[in-house]
Write a protein that binds this ligand. Structure first.
Ligand SMILES: [Zn+2]
Length: 72
């Protein structure tokens, strides 16, 4: 098992594009299994859910994404 966490303090809302620093919660995502060094591996990543700061935005909260690693 490999565990990692995202260390960024802000993320852009996917709906309105505005950056938010307001962390709503954190949780662990299990990513697609892969082989590392020829051994089966279970990657887990702790991500943050943010509150959108834009009043009119239809997304109240959103989860940060890591380019090339996680997808909605
Ligand atoms: Zn938004």
């Amino acid at each position: 098992m490999v565990q990692a966490r995202v260390t960024g303090s802000a993320a852009n809302c996917p709906a309105c594009g505005v950056a938010s620093h307001r962390v709503h919660s954190r949780y662990v995502r299990r990513l697609a299994e892969a082989a590392i060094g020829g051994r089966p591996t279970v990657p887990k990543l702790r991500v943050q859910r943010f509150r959108c700061s834009t009043t009119e935005c239809p997304r109240a909260t959103f989860t940060e994404q890591v380019e090339g690693l996680t997808f909605r």
